[in-house]
Write a protein that binds this ligand. Structure first.
Ligand code: NZQ
Ligand code: ZN
Length: 385
């Protein structure tokens, strides 16, 4: 039965070509803007210049160098810079890493005390600076949600925090900005959005009919346009649909009133921290193995997914099995591997390491039934060899 829910997403979306110019009015005229960006892709593809031109009447200063899987130490340097320059509005221009970094920085700048405790929600937040986003990589949905994932290599931690105070005020989604993405990041984006959807859908039947069909619509859209975005990098409409589908996958509507899994993500973060795989690469390895390991508990929903998303026919068990194989094949067609050995990783070492990290991070009961232990996660990774 559909569970109770409340829903509020205050992020204004500005979608389409040329919308970056709207920064001129989206950001208050008297704001002192910290423009946060990554390793320089926006300098090469014209996005930086477009943003600079839109901000010609604003006071702004840039901080570059936020890395993929944003690093606490780097972000603390941005916090120091913003405090010194008395900046009071954070504009993220980039992918999920820059946006997550912006959320942390916006919370940390006015925070008294140890900022590391913000990660993992170990300290309450009183306030945060306002945040705006120009998205250049459709994948995480971070541009219009209130979650952030921050890494600290010194202590082997990749942990998230969530707080409505860091909801972006607006997100500019111009599909043109994605034209320069390398194939690897496009594949990553499609798979990440796909798995965000299944984490909120592929559990057990719950009677939430519209949410199920929203999820199935997003999955079908990704399956349809994923290969086109790879084969035709200049196909604007494919990029536009990817940008919107990835946004909607983690905008908040798909999971309302639904049981949710998120075990693939929890294991994936540890895998990234220990072995350096991209976020989506971890998901493509773990998800099929997790589904096979939890086959009995997920069979009914896997069969629904197989029939509605992949148009499979037959009895539940056969359809469910085929649906897993179809998913694996789709991830591979998007250029991702679905086994640890493809990345020259030893399954025993990975499985032991991830189980140890999950235990240390107190992630002891994962999945929609809260019964997936670190030992189960070890077993899942052993089958992902
Ligand atoms: O740093 P630059 O030079 O900009 O290059 C980036 C980076 O190297 C490049 N890139 C971005 N836009 C580009 C571009 N290259 C060419 N053209 C463009 N238009 O892409 C590389 C990867 O960027 P990154 O931001 O790291 O990728 P993604 O958006 O996949 O973000 C991954 C991070 O988000 C977290 C992940 O854990 C990971 O840390 N996630 C955040 C979530 C959230 N806040 O809700 C949910 C997700 O599940 C995920 O965990
Ligand atoms: Zn993800």
């Amino acid at each position: 039965m559909m569970q109770n829910f409340s829903f509020h997403n205050p992020c204004q979306i500005e979608f389409g070509e040329g919308q970056i110019a709207k920064l001129a009015t989206l950001i208050p005229a008297d704001a002192r803007v910290l423009l946060l960006y990554g390793g320089g892709s926006i300098k090469h593809n014209g996005v930086y210049d477009e943003v600079a031109s839109a901000l010609s009447q604003h006071h702004w200063q840039a901080f570059a160098g936020v890395e993929p899987n944003p690093e606490f130490e780097t972000l603390m340097r941005a916090v120091k810079f913003a405090r010194e320059q008395r900046l009071d509005f954070v504009l993220a221009v980039g992918g999920g890493s820059v946006i997550d970094g912006a959320k942390f920085v916006a919370a940390a700048i006015p925070h008294d005390g140890d900022c590391w405790l913000i990660i993992g929600n170990r300290v309450p937040l009183k306030t945060a600076l306002p945040i705006g986003v120009v998205l250049t990589l459709p994948a995480t949905g971070s541009e219009s949600n209130f979650a952030a994932v921050i890494s600290r290599r010194e202590t082997n931690d990749k942990l998230s925090f969530k707080n409505p105070l860091v909801f972006p005020k607006f997100a500019v989604l111009d599909p043109k900005t994605t034209m320069t993405l390398p194939a690897r990041q496009i594949g990553n984006g499609v798979v990440d959005a796909f798995v965000h959807t299944t984490e909120q859908y592929l559990t057990y039947p719950n009677g939430a009919l519209l949410q199920d069909r929203l999820a199935e619509g997003i999955l079908q859209t990704l399956i349809e346009i994923g290969p086109i975005t790879l084969a035709e990098p200049n196909d604007y409409n494919a990029r536009a649909n990817l940008m919107w589908a990835a946004n909607q996958a983690l905008f908040g509507l798909v999971g309302l009133g639904q049981p949710q899994d998120w075990a693939t993500h929890a294991m994936g973060h540890e895998l990234t921290m220990l072995h350096g795989l991209d976020h989506a690469q971890t998901l493509a390895i773990i998800l099929p193995s997790l589904w096979r390991y939890r086959f009995a508990a997920k069979q009914a929903k896997l069969a629904q997914y197989g029939r509605r998303v992949w148009q499979l026919n037959g009895d539940d068990k056969v359809v469910a099995q085929e649906a897993i194989a179809k998913t694996e094949d789709f991830f591979q067609r998007m250029g991702l591997h679905t086994s640890l050995s493809a990345y020259q990783l030893d399954a025993t070492i990975v499985a032991d390491g991830v189980a140890e990290q999950l235990t240390r991070h107190n992630r002891l009961r994962l999945g929609e039934h809260l019964d997936l232990t670190p030992d189960d996660c070890r077993a899942i990774l052993l089958t992902a060899s």
